[in-house]
Design a protein around this ligand. Structure first.
Ligand code: ATP
Length: 221
């Protein structure tokens, strides 16, 4: 995994990433292709339940598990996330992975955040489907040491306690806490299929995000 080559001068935060007053931040990585009501709900509930100061949405330029997604749509997906979060205190887009090598491994992203924001205590938010795949993630032992996880249940996955107990057999240092949220069986894949078919998405994507989706990646703001 990424070990110290994050920028030419070590821990210097790149110009282009804002400073923060936050003391506790929950990182929320994703493809956000497009961002939807499931993402917004889990972030808002996690903000309330964990008591962190901010949740940072981290769109992935080139996620390791979705190699077909690339930099060409990064600005567009980040703009859609920003549109989703418009006017919401405590929820913000942070383009951290724009400044990191590709593919963007979560362990590198967390490491970079800890170097660039040394006064912030970080944790990481994810859905249970992602947690189930954790052992396939690059540098997972290091990642589990670096941050505690907050997890949201997702349809089609095993009970959270079962997933966590199984993971702990191989990753004894794993720290995972559940975020209480009603199951919202919505995914970007399902919404993309409907959008591409011209079908109604029934308010599951906000009007501002929908507008950007229809404009396409070449018109990113
Ligand atoms: P796709 O269908 O393209 O795989 P997705 O809807 O899973 O996309 P991502 O951007 O890949 O969205 O998800 C980012 C994170 O949010 C992941 O950890 C995922 O588990 C979680 N997540 C997304 N939607 C939900 C949901 N409806 N309920 C719980 N967790 C969710």
């Amino acid at each position: 995994w990424y070990t110290g080559e994050i920028s030419g001068d070590g821990g210097q935060r790149p110009i282009g990433l804002p400073a923060t007053e936050a003391k506790r931040v929950l990182l929320f990585g994703g493809t956000f292709d497009p961002p939807h009501v499931g993402h917004l709900t889990m972030a808002q509930l996690a903000l309330e339940q964990t008591g962190v100061d901010e949740v940072w949405f981290l769109p992935a330029p080139n996620p390791p598990h979705k190699q077909e997604i690339g930099d060409d749509t990064f600005g567009w997906r980040a703009a859609m996330v920003t549109a989703l979060l418009e006017g919401r205190a405590g929820l913000r887009t942070m383009p951290i992975e724009e400044f990191l090598p590709r593919p963007s491994y979560t362990v590198d992203t967390v490491h970079a955040c800890q170097l660039w924001y040394p006064d912030v205590e970080f944790s990481f938010l994810l859905g249970a489907d992602s947690l189930e795949q954790l052992l396939t993630w690059h540098g997972v032992d290091e990642l589990a040491k670096r941050v505690p996880f907050y997890v949201v249940a997702r349809s089609g996955t095993s009970a959270l306690t079962q997933v966590v107990n199984t993971l702990r057999e191989r990753l004894p240092e794993l720290r995972a806490t559940a975020i209480e949220m009603p199951l919202l069986d919505v995914s970007s894949t399902w919404l993309r299929e409907r959008l591409e078919a011209g079908a109604d998405i029934c308010g599951l994507i906000s009007p501002a995000v929908l507008d950007l989706w229809h404009k396409g990646p070449q018109n990113e703001v």
